[in-house]
Design a protein around this ligand. Structure first.
Ligand SMILES: Cc1cc2nc3c(=O)[nH]c(=O)nc-3n(C[C@H](O)[C@H](O)[C@H](O)COP(=O)(O)O)c2cc1C
Length: 351
């Protein structure tokens, strides 16, 4: 199990990819009636679909709640999701042979694991319960004027839209998103092409996700209480995340102050910060501009090309070919997981 102990929320996510189920138990939740259809649509964006980017391990991903009556939460609840579609024999040839860059070898170092079936507790199956909590909190935050939306900004070397070129409102992102299943923006064909090309040779490809959060003002504080740190630490709980930047992020390191600073003006009697290179946060506090952030997802570790690894039992070098069902580009199905991580971080601050 993995526990988030927030200021108000306690979220305990448990289960494994090839166990009977994964689940979550939550405490400190607001009293709130959520829209079950909307939650279903949100979960569907994470669900495997068999499309070019996605694993063919398709699961129903329907949460079974306890502590929720007619869509109404009452401070505490649990949600469990069955793992109905497991093929553990896909992993039998990998016994004792860690998949490079998956959690397998680090898991072996920690717990002595040799059976890496499905990636155990390190599997992205555990983002399903994360999305149950995040999906409900996203709805709750919307009632408080806070919107969180994300989109694929690049896949491999192909780039699509970025807030760095043109800021987008949450509403625009939703409109631009094709159908909620393959949620990219413009230049979708180029992105799909990158995934197809990698997949056709048994490979995988990385990608970036951008997230825009509107309606947050004065939340966060200095040093250990900074909002960037809180959001980033929750986003790093999503498997395969290897970088997070806010606003212009690493590009700011190449600029001068005169180009990087966001000027303030009075417009219609209101203070406005007229550019947003800082990504909506200064001094760890939301400055009222949209919070913009970009997340780097590594290419899926499980690829079907031959790879160098070791046999931990025989203590010798070996090669593996991974034959299981895997996502070709994890960034696509990770969008709701990123939104969920952000929703948890912000809800825990404002509750
Ligand atoms: C939505 C999503 C789907 C994923 N699908 C796979 C997959 O099919 N195969 C795989 O090897 N890794 C997959 N991953 C990535 C692994 O879970 C991740 O790389 C692994 O747990 C090691 O963690 P790390 O990359 O954060 O170090 C997925 C990640 C996410 C977010």
């Amino acid at each position: 199990m993995s526990v988030f102990n927030g200021k108000k929320l306690t979220i305990d996510i448990y289960g494994e990819s090839h166990a009977d189920k994964v689940g979550v138990s939550v405490k400190g939740f607001p009293h709130f009636r959520f829209d079950e259809k909307e939650l279903k649509a949100f979960m569907a964006r994470r669900k495997a679909s068999g499309e070019v980017f996605s694993t063919s391990r398709i699961e129903a991903d329907e949460p079974i709640f306890s502590g929720v009556k007619n869509g109404e939460t009452d401070g505490e609840f649990t949600a469990e999701i069955l793992n109905a579609n497991r093929i553990s024999k896909d992993y039998s040839a990998l016994y004792g042979k860690p998949r490079p860059s998956h959690a397998d070898y680090a898991w072996h170092l920690k717990d002595g694991a040799l059976d890496f079936s499905g990636g155990g507790r390190f599997s992205a199956r555990l983002t399903a319960p994360l999305c149950v909590v995040g999906g409900i909190l996203k709805q709750y935050l919307k009632t408080r004027g806070i919107e969180i939306e994300s989109y694929i900004s690049s896949v491999g070397k192909a780039s699509a839209a970025s807030y760095k070129d043109k800021p987008l409102s949450a509403e625009e992102i939703r409109k631009l998103r094709d159908d909620g299943v393959f949620p990219s923006l413009d230049k979708k064909e180029r992105l799909v092409e990158e995934i197809k090309n990698a997949k056709s040779v048994g490979d995988s490809v990385g990608g970036t996700v951008e997230c825009v959060i509107t309606g947050v003002k004065g939340v966060g504080d200095n040093l250990f209480s900074g909002l960037e740190g809180k959001i980033a630490s929750l986003i790093y709980s999503v498997p395969a995340v290897k970088g997070v930047e806010f606003g212009d992020g690493f590009d700011l390191a190449k600029m001068r102050g005169s180009a990087a600073n966001d000027p303030l003006r009075i417009e219609n009697g209101q203070v406005k910060i007229i550019t947003n290179r800082a990504g909506g946060i200064n001094g760890g506090i939301a400055n009222g501009n949209p919070i913009t952030l970009r997340v780097a997802f590594r290419p899926t570790p499980s690829i079907s090309l031959p790879q160098l690894t070791v046999d931990l039992i025989k203590k010798e070098n070996t090669e593996i070919i991974i034959n299981g069902r895997h996502d070709a580009c994890v960034a696509v199905r990770a969008l709701p997981a990123v939104e969920s991580a952000v929703a948890i971080a912000i809800a825990d601050e404002i509750l």
